[in-house]
Design a protein around this ligand. Structure first.
Ligand code: DGT
Ligand code: MG
Ligand code: MG
Ligand code: MG
Ligand code: MG
Length: 253
């Protein structure tokens, strides 16, 4: 077939193949969810409906992309880790990033009413996304620990803050001032002595975020091993986690 005279415009397209041999991490994050959560009456500081909807949307992404070995979510963000050797879409960064971001967003809308049955969606949510490459296993582990430590720091702060406001009757400003310069131990102490809350007994999904992993489990009906995607709530900081789940780093499809 003869080429049209317009074909040359293809030459303006740029190649964006991601470096080989690196872990590909795609992280999406809700656009202005400060406002979105408030307009949709999310419970403060954590709304289980919202977290489960995020997890449901991430599950949808993992079902579509079998090369995602682990996902990690907290608040309005989710990270997806593709195995190092993936050749999905020829490792084209923009293709992977836009597909993951758009599938996540549409799934969030698609499943909304299953989680927010008495709260209608007032306007369309959307998510930004970025791709980051990590060359070593150590870098990847540190990335995931970084996100999980962030969950901890934010959740401890938010838990004390909203207790001070909702039960301690402080204004937002007073609560904020009360917490300036406090360490983790101080925040734990305020929770315990003023509100009778042992932070370690707060729901683990709030404290650790959600890890989605592929696991093989025994199906007693079919009498065979079946692969499922499971939410787990563990500490990625400890070596134990990586020993317990060797399939994450083993890099087999
Ligand atoms: P961005 O990401 O720069 O467009 O702006 P935001 O507002 O999304 O900021 P970000 O992503 O740093 O922080 C997430 C916001 O979402 C934060 O204001 C708290 C809110 N949010 C997330 N999950 C929940 C929840 O379960 N309950 C409530 N009340 N708020 C939540
Ligand atoms: Mg942000
Ligand atoms: Mg956000
Ligand atoms: Mg965020
Ligand atoms: Mg097409």
């Amino acid at each position: 077939m003869a080429k049209s005279k317009f074909e040359y415009v293809r030459n303006f397209e740029s190649e964006d193949r991601l470096l080989p041999n690196c872990w590909i991490v795609i992280r999406i994050d809700g656009k202005n969810f400060h406002k979105y959560s408030s307009k949709h009456n999310f419970k403060k500081p954590n709304d289980l409906r919202a977290l489960h909807l995020m997890n449901r949307s991430a599950l949808c992404v993992m079902k579509e992309y079998k090369d995602i070995v682990l996902s990690y979510g907290e608040s309005d963000e989710y990270s997806f880790v593709f195995r190092k050797e993936t050749e999905l879409h020829n490792r084209r960064g923009s293709k992977l990033l836009t597909q993951v971001t758009s599938l996540f967003s549409s799934s969030y809308v698609f499943h909304w009413r299953n989680y927010f049955n008495d709260q209608s969606m007032l306007y369309p949510p959307f998510f930004d996304g970025r791709v980051v490459l990590y060359p070593t296993d150590e870098n990847l582990k540190d990335y995931l620990c970084w996100r999980q430590v962030d969950t901890h720091i934010n959740n401890l702060y938010n838990t004390v803050f909203w207790n001070l406001v909702q039960k301690g009757n402080l204004t937002n400003r007073e609560a904020q001032e009360r917490l300036i310069g406090t360490f983790s131990s101080d925040k734990n102490e305020i929770l315990f002595s003023e509100f009778g809350i042992n932070y370690n007994n707060e729901p683990i999904i709030f404290r650790k975020g959600t890890i989605l992993l592929r696991k093989k489990i025994n199906n007693p009906f079919k009498k065979k091993l079946e692969q499922v995607i499971l939410p787990i709530y563990e500490d990625m900081m400890h070596d134990e986690f990586w020993l317990k789940h060797p399939e994450i780093l083993s890099n087999k499809p």
